[in-house]
Design a protein around this ligand. Structure first.
Ligand SMILES: [Mg+2]
Length: 415
């Protein structure tokens, strides 16, 4: 029986090779917990049992996965106190029947060839084999040097700004390497890996690798991971900018005048966690009217994205600089992009298709503070078109919107 240990929990149980220790196994990718994909990958690779090394705070994980997932048996090895990576693996081995197991991080996905890892483990009669991932830039990682036989000669400190192989955090480990360690807290990397003399081998791999501990990668995983597993249908939230995300200020273009509406950033993150891709669609007729330039629009958007960089992610920003009553000749024209036209929504859909993503309009939403926003959403065929009262206060004798609510912050409970 193929058995795996997945480090999915407590503080310090993360195999160190990254910049952050944030627990991300339950962070969503495409609306599903990241760990679900890690487990599905194990199932696809023929594993029948996974021991999840979790902290005592494991309710969220247990409630989602219970004792079996996709027909794979799950056992929970609960850390009553932080055990470090070494202690966590040693404890989890109690539930392993073989005298070895695949060991991996629950918040990293590395498409390593586990069959090849097992072969190397057997052929060399190794104690530990690890899957090493080729990286174009190893500035943030320590690198691995091997001999021609695959045997690891050394771990080098992070400093080289060039390509190399890093520890991908996927191992086959022989249970007996823990024999001389007492139960309790210790580091697998420092106490075992870096001190190992013999029996330590690496399988060099160029497989897909993503680490949820790195914010940039965490946001990227949202689409990349589902796509990797053949899930290409996404829902999207199309958000107007002024009066929805930021406070309505007449012809806003200066970063110093930019102000988020209360709760908007948090609401965007909640939408993202519910599996929505986030697109901003905004009319910017001020360009046609000569009040500011397209460059000013870009500057403001870069400023906005910088403010939210570590908090949430926007998948695309579309703006329409045209207006029929403009004074700048090149922008003085009708454009199907200008809401109530649905051109910007269509462009977001087309750009997504180029990345292999299909937007399911029926389950998508649009949020605006004007009826022209709502009309654009209706025209495009978006399932729910929501009017918020946080910007321009529309006269509401119209029943066009599907939902009317105070702001983005009050919306997330309604959908
Ligand atoms: Mg608006």
């Amino acid at each position: 029986m193929k058995e795996a240990i997945v480090l999915a929990g407590g503080l310090g149980t993360r195999l160190a090779h990254t910049v952050s220790d944030r627990q991300k196994v339950m962070a969503p990718a495409g609306g599903r917990p990241f760990l679900a994909y890690v487990l599905r990958d194990l199932k696809n690779k023929g594993f029948e049992k996974a021991v999840l090394a979790v902290s005592y705070k494991n309710e969220q994980i247990y409630e989602y996965f219970k004792d079996e997932y996709l027909g794979m048996k799950l056992i929970y090895s609960v850390e009553k106190e932080p055990l470090g990576t070494g202690g966590a693996i040693k404890q989890a081995f109690r539930y392993i029947e073989n005298d070895y197991a695949l060991v991996l991080n629950g918040d990293t996905y590395f498409d390593a060839d586990t069959d090849a890892l097992f072969s190397l483990f057997t052929d060399k009669n190794a104690d530990i084999v690890l899957a090493a991932k080729k990286m174009p830039d190893c500035t943030r990682h320590s690198t691995i040097k091997t001999d021609s036989d695959g045997k690891i000669i050394s771990f080098l400190e992070k400093k080289e700004n060039k390509d190399g192989y890093i520890n991908g955090g996927v191992y086959i480990i022989r249970k007996s390497v823990f024999d001389s360690f007492k139960n309790g807290r210790f580091s697998f990397e420092k106490e075992i890996l870096e001190k190992a003399q013999d029996g330590l081998y690496a399988l060099l791999s160029e497989g897909y690798f993503i680490d949820m501990g790195v914010p940039e990668a965490y946001f990227r995983a949202n689409t990349e991971i589902p796509l990797l597993f053949g899930e290409n249908i996404f829902k999207a939230a199309f958000l107007d900018r002024d009066g929805v995300i930021c406070k309505e200020k007449h012809h806003l273009y200066k970063p110093e005048d930019f102000e988020f509406i209360d709760g908007a950033v948090q609401a965007i993150e909640e939408l993202r966690e519910k599996g929505y891709l986030i697109f901003v669609i905004t009319n910017q007729a001020g360009v046609a009217k000569g009040l500011y330039t397209e460059e000013d629009v870009h500057t403001l958007h870069s400023f906005m994205l910088e403010l939210i960089r570590d908090k949430t992610h926007i998948d695309g920003i579309y703006y329409c600089p045209y207006h029929e009553d403009g004074v700048i000749a090149e922008y003085k024209k009708y454009s199907p992009d200008r809401k109530p036209g649905d051109g910007m929504i269509k462009r977001a859909i087309e750009d997504s298709q180029k990345k292999g993503i299909i937007i399911d309009l029926e389950s998508s939403i649009l949020v605006g503070d004007k009826l022209s926003d709502i009309e654009a959403g209706k025209k495009a065929g978006i399932g729910k078109n929501i009017l918020v009262r946080s910007g321009h206060k529309e006269d509401l004798d119209s029943h066009i919107p599907d939902i009317i609510t105070d702001s983005l912050a009050t919306l997330t409970d309604l959908i």
